[in-house]
Design a protein around this ligand. Sequence first.
Ligand SMILES: [Zn+2]
Length: 483
Amino acid sequence: MFRATNAKAQNWHTTMMVFIHACILTVALFPLSIDSSYAKSDKIKGYLDQKSDVSDIQFVSTITPTPKPELILLLGGNIVEMEGPLIRPSMEEVLPISSSTIGGLLSIEANLFIKREINLTLKKNETLADILKRAEFPSNVRYQIAKIVSQKINVRKLGIGMNFTIGFDDYNQPVAVKINQSEKLDYFIFKNTFGSWQGLQALRPIDSQFMHAAGVIDDTLYEAALSSNVPLSALDNFMRVMGFSVDFQRQLQQGDTFELVYKKTTDRITGETLSVGEVHYVGMVLSGKKIGYYRHQNNNGSIGWYDKDGTSAVRTLMRTPVNGARLSSSYGMRKHPISGYNKLHKGVDFAVPSGTPILAAGAGRIEMAGWNGNYGRYIRIRHNNTYQTAYAHLSAIAKGVYAGSQVDQGQVIGYVGSTGRSTGPHLHYEILVNRRQVNPMTINLPTGKNLSDVDKNSFENTVKNLNQYITNNDIKNYAGATL
Ligand SMILES: [Zn+2]
């Protein structure tokens, strides 16, 4: 067998044509027990000979070059050309799974027997050539290995502490190197049974499981989440989804609860946790009222968050367009901190450090971006015929943001400051309905795009599968199923 690693689409296409052709011959002429390499060996060998200088095709295991006539021609049949699939297969389909030892994978994929292996760590100021020298590879081999390594890895940017596993054969000669290329990939470079050096990428085996965390909020959500061991990246994800419906500053009451289900991925070889941030369910009970959203991948590949009825978690506008904000002054009558007069405060103030990025609360067109009297540096976005949002006292306006430019929801439009009539760094934020300021914290905002009919069925499966997982794994206290 041969394997195309990271082949260009054209190569893959040609390869598939040869392969499918060979399969047709095999299936047509022989019962399934016959080794398919027998029938296709000629054809493939010819292909490989002609392509052997192409760097991204690598041979994985021995090809027995048994000369064989084109059987179908002997039998008077016709060769049918068939188009292979045009979509390039994913890495998961093409690459073998890596092993903890260097010999494990190579014995299966390359018929190479490793008698002994050692681990070497890249030291400060050491190059790839240095470490290969340390592994006692002869100089001409070091050159060949470096050439193969550089096809997949930037050899000038190897990190100190990078691990190299070296495999030795029966004669105590170094015959293989394994490099941990990335979180997902290992790269094996070895001497094949033809005596030449080649590279092979393999996927590091990854386990993934759902984790459930829940807790009661006594003080802040942040503290409750930490004491329930919620990873910070998952909490961030949770707040971004929930932030559309919940005002974390003012709406939370003692005794409210939260829960989330997130995915944890682990490297099976090292046991190391790779990621914990991908959240699949978020739920809260606020003064007895339940809210819950599921992550769902739509038909077009986009990720959406929906409640069990398929209503989107996303609102057309965000109530809090800065991360990590503390509400310092709310909407309504107040004594103005500078003038001292009682005045209607027509927006909300968020106390955040100067320089904190400000996000567009919704998609729209910039109406104004520049100095605006007491407002200082100021941006106003028109979202549609009804809604506008405004941001004041900015220290700077982001690049590409000017009157007439288009922005996406969540895009950074500027940075918090204290320009204009302001007592200290904060963001003054306004939502306008039909050109009049309203209270951003209490206004009922319309939701984002709901599920299409096409996506409704698959969404039901998403919910069912997650609930099933929770039940099968005997995860307690999960309220999601009942929300
Ligand atoms: Zn204000």
